[in-house]
Design a protein around this ligand. Structure first.
Ligand code: ACO
Length: 262
């Protein structure tokens, strides 16, 4: 975003190979899916590259924006990988090896929930399959009014396995999640906003500005309170009221010590 500085070093070529671009601008990291000529279709290298970005994020980064270059956020898995006879896929014959294989790819998504960063998906055009799941892996979704979300995997004989099923159910509920996945229909922007899949919907040409405004607002809040509050909110659904109340107390003690401790 803006006058961001592109990272240098060996990782840059590796990321370019994976269809990714990383820009660091102070406390903001912008990760761009950068294969617009393929509608940002993603390969195994893309997911490994995302995991590598998560592992190597500088300590000062507070907000990560995930965006897609060109008309679409992401058309999901690169279908060319299937036409190669599935080469490079673990085929499930060895369950343990396949489990490890998928777990490694999932690491490209799970870091986006880390409490030390707030992650924002900036979505336009299509967000299909693995692309939809990437948006779901982020904390907040800001979308353009031309967005269509589609969980295509079941229509291709697969299940969504890039960590998307949990946030989908959390956001829209089990009935709607079933209906969306088992019909593989496309959810348009207005419905997405209505059912909670997007926090904000803006005209297509206002997307970058809306994301910039959101990032600015996020950065204006106390960093320690942001981390503690994200940690707190993400456990709320699983905790009992007693557990969550105790978690609030624990976090507040940490805040009070940091703010007023000697
Ligand atoms: N994998 C590989 N190439 C793709 C993919 C993909 N997932 N999606 C689009 N492309 C390519 C197209 O083949 C086309 O290439 P070409 O210019 O050489 O013909 C180029 O990107 C542009 O695609 P168009 O279809 O022309 O673009 P359009 O904007 O009209 O449509 C759309 C975009 C809707 C995304 C369409 O391309 C599509 O349906 N793609 C497949 C989506 C899909 O099934 N993904 C898998 C989901 S399941 C999962 O992710 C696990």
């Amino acid at each position: 975003m803006g006058d961001a500085t592109t990272t240098t070093g060996p990782a840059e070529a590796e990321l370019a190979e994976a269809g990714l671009r990383l820009e660091l601008d102070g406390a903001v990291a912008t990760v761009t899916l950068n294969r617009p000529e393929r509608r940002n279709a993603m390969t195994f290298a893309t997911w490994r590259g995302l995991a590598a970005i998560g592992r190597s994020l500088p300590a000062g980064v507070r907000v990560v924006v995930l965006r897609g270059e060109g008309p679409s956020f992401s058309a999901g898995i690169d279908l060319g990988m299937f036409s190669g006879g599935g080469e490079g896929f673990a085929d499930g014959a060895d369950a343990e090896a396949t489990d490890r294989f998928i777990a490694e790819l999932q690491e490209g998504y799970t870091w986006l929930r880390r409490p030390d960063i707030v992650t924002v998906a900036a979505v336009q055009g299509h967000a299909i399959g693995a692309g939809f799941q990437l948006a779901l892996a982020c904390d907040i979704r800001v979308i353009a009014d031309d967005t269509g979300f589609c969980m295509k995997e079941p229509a291709l004989g697969l299940v969504p396995d890039l960590t998307g099923t949990k946030p989908l159910v959390e956001v829209v509920g089990i009935g709607r999640a079933l209906e969306l996945c088992l019909t593989a229909r496309t959810v348009r922007a207005d419905e997405a906003a209505r059912i909670g899949l997007a926090e904000t919907v803006v005209p297509r040409d206002a997307l970058d500005g809306a994301v910039r405004d959101l990032v600015e607002a996020l950065l204006a809040v106390n960093p320690g309170a942001t981390v503690a509050t994200k940690r707190l909110l993400w456990q709320a659904a699983e905790n009992t009221l007693d557990e969550q109340s105790a978690a609030e107390r624990r976090e507040q003690i940490g805040r009070l010590r940091e703010m007023f401790g000697k």
